[in-house]
Design a protein around this ligand. Structure first.
Ligand SMILES: [Zn+2]
Length: 249
Protein backbone atom coordinates (compact mmCIF):
# COMPACT_ATOMS: atom_id res chain seq x y z
CA UNK A 1 0.00 0.00 0.00
CA UNK A 2 1.17 3.54 -0.79
CA UNK A 3 0.65 6.17 1.89
CA UNK A 4 0.78 9.93 1.52
CA UNK A 5 -0.77 13.14 2.67
CA UNK A 6 -2.85 14.96 0.07
CA UNK A 7 -5.43 17.65 -0.67
CA UNK A 8 -8.68 16.57 -2.33
CA UNK A 9 -9.03 18.72 -5.44
CA UNK A 10 -11.98 17.11 -7.20
CA UNK A 11 -14.58 14.37 -6.86
CA UNK A 12 -16.42 12.67 -9.69
CA UNK A 13 -19.20 10.08 -9.31
CA UNK A 14 -18.47 6.73 -10.93
CA UNK A 15 -20.77 3.71 -11.34
CA UNK A 16 -23.59 3.52 -8.85
CA UNK A 17 -21.77 3.84 -5.57
CA UNK A 18 -18.16 4.74 -6.33
CA UNK A 19 -16.33 7.94 -7.09
CA UNK A 20 -13.02 9.15 -8.42
CA UNK A 21 -11.10 11.60 -6.34
CA UNK A 22 -8.31 13.80 -7.69
CA UNK A 23 -5.71 14.42 -5.02
CA UNK A 24 -2.62 16.53 -4.93
CA UNK A 25 -0.40 14.27 -2.86
CA UNK A 26 2.88 14.97 -1.16
CA UNK A 27 4.62 11.88 -2.55
CA UNK A 28 2.99 11.29 -5.94
CA UNK A 29 1.89 14.73 -7.19
CA UNK A 30 -1.56 14.99 -8.75
CA UNK A 31 -3.25 11.60 -9.00
CA UNK A 32 -6.72 10.12 -9.56
CA UNK A 33 -7.87 7.40 -7.20
CA UNK A 34 -10.98 5.27 -7.28
CA UNK A 35 -12.87 5.40 -3.98
CA UNK A 36 -15.08 2.31 -3.93
CA UNK A 37 -18.46 2.39 -2.25
CA UNK A 38 -17.99 5.92 -0.97
CA UNK A 39 -21.34 7.11 -2.28
CA UNK A 40 -23.16 4.63 -0.05
CA UNK A 41 -24.61 6.04 3.16
CA UNK A 42 -22.85 3.48 5.32
CA UNK A 43 -19.42 4.14 3.81
CA UNK A 44 -16.82 4.55 6.53
CA UNK A 45 -14.40 6.44 4.27
CA UNK A 46 -16.86 8.96 2.84
CA UNK A 47 -16.74 11.36 5.83
CA UNK A 48 -13.00 11.63 5.25
CA UNK A 49 -13.30 12.61 1.63
CA UNK A 50 -14.59 16.16 1.63
CA UNK A 51 -13.36 18.58 -1.00
CA UNK A 52 -10.25 20.60 -0.15
CA UNK A 53 -9.53 18.75 3.11
CA UNK A 54 -5.99 17.67 3.79
CA UNK A 55 -6.10 13.91 4.36
CA UNK A 56 -3.79 11.02 4.91
CA UNK A 57 -4.59 8.39 2.35
CA UNK A 58 -3.57 4.89 1.42
CA UNK A 59 -4.03 3.28 -1.97
CA UNK A 60 -3.03 0.23 -3.95
CA UNK A 61 -2.37 0.01 -7.66
CA UNK A 62 -5.21 -1.99 -9.21
CA UNK A 63 -5.27 -3.35 -12.77
CA UNK A 64 -6.92 -0.28 -14.21
CA UNK A 65 -6.99 2.30 -11.44
CA UNK A 66 -5.42 3.19 -8.15
CA UNK A 67 -7.81 2.02 -5.43
CA UNK A 68 -8.26 3.94 -2.21
CA UNK A 69 -7.85 1.74 0.85
CA UNK A 70 -7.67 4.23 3.73
CA UNK A 71 -8.41 7.88 4.38
CA UNK A 72 -8.43 10.12 7.41
CA UNK A 73 -8.78 13.87 7.71
CA UNK A 74 -5.76 15.82 8.93
CA UNK A 75 -6.99 19.34 8.32
CA UNK A 76 -10.59 20.05 7.36
CA UNK A 77 -11.11 22.79 4.79
CA UNK A 78 -14.00 24.57 6.48
CA UNK A 79 -12.05 25.48 9.59
CA UNK A 80 -12.39 29.15 8.95
CA UNK A 81 -16.01 28.92 7.88
CA UNK A 82 -16.81 32.42 9.08
CA UNK A 83 -14.34 34.00 6.71
CA UNK A 84 -15.77 33.90 3.24
CA UNK A 85 -12.77 35.45 1.52
CA UNK A 86 -10.27 33.11 3.13
CA UNK A 87 -12.20 30.08 2.01
CA UNK A 88 -12.64 31.58 -1.44
CA UNK A 89 -8.87 31.91 -1.71
CA UNK A 90 -8.38 28.27 -0.75
CA UNK A 91 -10.97 27.14 -3.30
CA UNK A 92 -9.18 29.25 -5.92
CA UNK A 93 -5.84 27.72 -4.92
CA UNK A 94 -7.23 24.18 -5.20
CA UNK A 95 -8.80 24.91 -8.57
CA UNK A 96 -5.50 26.20 -9.95
CA UNK A 97 -3.61 23.27 -8.45
CA UNK A 98 -5.93 20.93 -10.32
CA UNK A 99 -5.58 22.82 -13.62
CA UNK A 100 -1.86 23.60 -13.53
CA UNK A 101 -0.09 20.78 -11.72
CA UNK A 102 0.93 17.41 -13.04
CA UNK A 103 1.74 13.94 -11.76
CA UNK A 104 5.50 14.43 -11.80
CA UNK A 105 5.49 17.72 -9.89
CA UNK A 106 5.63 17.20 -6.18
CA UNK A 107 7.83 18.98 -3.70
CA UNK A 108 7.57 22.56 -4.82
CA UNK A 109 3.81 22.55 -5.20
CA UNK A 110 3.23 20.56 -2.04
CA UNK A 111 5.23 22.91 0.12
CA UNK A 112 3.55 25.88 -1.50
CA UNK A 113 0.08 24.50 -0.74
CA UNK A 114 1.01 23.65 2.81
CA UNK A 115 2.61 27.02 3.44
CA UNK A 116 -0.20 29.07 1.97
CA UNK A 117 -2.95 27.14 3.72
CA UNK A 118 -1.31 27.31 7.12
CA UNK A 119 -0.62 30.98 6.54
CA UNK A 120 -4.29 31.58 5.72
CA UNK A 121 -5.29 29.92 8.99
CA UNK A 122 -3.21 32.34 10.98
CA UNK A 123 -4.31 35.63 9.48
CA UNK A 124 -7.29 37.74 10.54
CA UNK A 125 -10.26 37.93 8.13
CA UNK A 126 -8.75 38.83 4.81
CA UNK A 127 -9.48 42.18 3.20
CA UNK A 128 -10.48 42.24 -0.45
CA UNK A 129 -7.28 44.16 -1.13
CA UNK A 130 -5.12 41.40 0.33
CA UNK A 131 -7.23 38.74 -1.34
CA UNK A 132 -6.44 40.14 -4.79
CA UNK A 133 -2.77 40.25 -3.90
CA UNK A 134 -2.75 36.63 -2.70
CA UNK A 135 -4.60 35.50 -5.84
CA UNK A 136 -1.99 37.30 -7.95
CA UNK A 137 0.67 35.41 -5.97
CA UNK A 138 -1.06 32.10 -6.66
CA UNK A 139 -1.11 32.87 -10.38
CA UNK A 140 2.52 33.91 -10.35
CA UNK A 141 3.48 30.72 -8.54
CA UNK A 142 1.83 28.46 -11.12
CA UNK A 143 3.32 30.44 -14.00
CA UNK A 144 6.73 30.11 -12.45
CA UNK A 145 6.51 26.41 -11.50
CA UNK A 146 5.54 25.59 -15.09
CA UNK A 147 8.31 27.71 -16.62
CA UNK A 148 5.96 30.41 -17.95
CA UNK A 149 7.22 33.39 -15.93
CA UNK A 150 6.40 36.75 -17.51
CA UNK A 151 9.34 38.84 -18.76
CA UNK A 152 9.17 42.34 -17.29
CA UNK A 153 12.62 43.86 -17.66
CA UNK A 154 13.11 43.52 -21.37
CA UNK A 155 10.93 43.64 -24.44
CA UNK A 156 9.94 40.08 -25.33
CA UNK A 157 10.25 40.75 -29.05
CA UNK A 158 13.54 42.66 -29.41
CA UNK A 159 15.20 42.21 -26.01
CA UNK A 160 15.72 45.92 -25.31
CA UNK A 161 15.42 47.08 -21.70
CA UNK A 162 12.05 48.62 -20.91
CA UNK A 163 11.68 52.36 -20.63
CA UNK A 164 11.40 53.09 -16.90
CA UNK A 165 9.68 56.43 -17.55
CA UNK A 166 6.56 55.34 -19.39
CA UNK A 167 3.41 55.20 -17.28
CA UNK A 168 1.63 52.62 -19.39
CA UNK A 169 3.20 49.46 -20.72
CA UNK A 170 2.18 46.97 -23.36
CA UNK A 171 1.83 43.40 -22.16
CA UNK A 172 1.41 40.41 -24.41
CA UNK A 173 0.57 37.02 -22.91
CA UNK A 174 1.38 35.42 -26.26
CA UNK A 175 4.88 36.94 -26.40
CA UNK A 176 5.35 36.25 -22.68
CA UNK A 177 5.53 39.71 -21.10
CA UNK A 178 6.31 43.35 -21.79
CA UNK A 179 6.78 44.65 -25.33
CA UNK A 180 8.37 47.97 -26.23
CA UNK A 181 6.82 50.88 -28.14
CA UNK A 182 8.83 50.07 -31.25
CA UNK A 183 7.71 46.42 -31.42
CA UNK A 184 4.18 47.07 -30.25
CA UNK A 185 2.60 47.85 -33.69
CA UNK A 186 3.64 44.42 -35.00
CA UNK A 187 2.04 42.53 -32.14
CA UNK A 188 -1.69 42.10 -32.35
CA UNK A 189 -2.56 40.41 -29.07
CA UNK A 190 -1.61 42.77 -26.28
CA UNK A 191 -3.09 44.85 -23.52
CA UNK A 192 -2.12 48.05 -21.80
CA UNK A 193 -1.08 47.66 -18.20
CA UNK A 194 -0.20 50.43 -15.80
CA UNK A 195 3.25 50.82 -14.35
CA UNK A 196 1.94 49.90 -10.86
CA UNK A 197 0.62 46.60 -12.20
CA UNK A 198 4.01 45.75 -13.67
CA UNK A 199 5.60 46.80 -10.35
CA UNK A 200 3.41 44.35 -8.43
CA UNK A 201 4.29 41.53 -10.81
CA UNK A 202 7.98 42.39 -10.38
CA UNK A 203 7.49 42.47 -6.64
CA UNK A 204 5.90 39.00 -6.74
CA UNK A 205 8.84 37.65 -8.69
CA UNK A 206 11.23 38.73 -5.94
CA UNK A 207 9.21 38.27 -2.76
CA UNK A 208 7.72 34.84 -2.64
CA UNK A 209 7.06 34.87 1.08
CA UNK A 210 5.58 38.33 1.50
CA UNK A 211 1.84 38.63 2.02
CA UNK A 212 1.50 42.15 3.35
CA UNK A 213 1.89 45.11 1.03
CA UNK A 214 0.81 48.67 0.34
CA UNK A 215 -0.29 48.31 -3.24
CA UNK A 216 -3.70 49.74 -4.06
CA UNK A 217 -6.49 47.20 -4.55
CA UNK A 218 -7.04 48.15 -8.19
CA UNK A 219 -3.44 47.47 -9.14
CA UNK A 220 -3.47 44.13 -7.32
CA UNK A 221 -6.63 43.25 -9.18
CA UNK A 222 -5.07 44.23 -12.52
CA UNK A 223 -2.00 42.16 -11.69
CA UNK A 224 -4.18 39.20 -10.75
CA UNK A 225 -6.17 39.47 -13.99
CA UNK A 226 -3.08 39.87 -16.17
CA UNK A 227 -1.35 36.85 -14.60
CA UNK A 228 -4.54 34.79 -14.59
CA UNK A 229 -5.04 35.39 -18.33
CA UNK A 230 -1.44 34.51 -19.00
CA UNK A 231 -1.72 31.31 -16.99
CA UNK A 232 -4.82 30.12 -18.84
CA UNK A 233 -3.24 31.11 -22.15
CA UNK A 234 0.06 29.32 -21.42
CA UNK A 235 -1.67 26.22 -20.06
CA UNK A 236 -4.13 26.18 -22.98
CA UNK A 237 -7.00 26.03 -20.55
CA UNK A 238 -10.26 27.90 -20.50
CA UNK A 239 -11.14 29.67 -17.26
CA UNK A 240 -14.26 28.27 -15.63
CA UNK A 241 -15.50 29.41 -12.29
CA UNK A 242 -12.90 31.20 -10.16
CA UNK A 243 -13.84 34.65 -11.33
CA UNK A 244 -17.54 34.12 -10.62
CA UNK A 245 -16.80 32.47 -7.35
CA UNK A 246 -15.04 35.47 -5.91
CA UNK A 247 -17.65 37.86 -7.17
CA UNK A 248 -15.02 39.97 -8.89
CA UNK A 249 -14.44 40.64 -12.58
ZN1 LIG B 1 10.92 45.62 -28.62
Amino acid sequence: MHISRGFILKKKPFNESDCFITVFSEKFGKIDIMARGTRKIESKMAPHLHLFDMIELGFVQGKKFRILTAASVIRPFAQSADYFLKNAIIVYLMYFTDKFSFEDEKKEIWSYLEKLIFFMEGVPPTRQKDAEFILAKINYFFLSVNGWKPELDRCCACGNRQNKESKNLMFSQKEGGIICEKCSPQIVEKRIIERETADIISFLSQNNDVYSHDFPENSSKEARKTLEEMLFFSGEEKPAFPVYFLGVQ
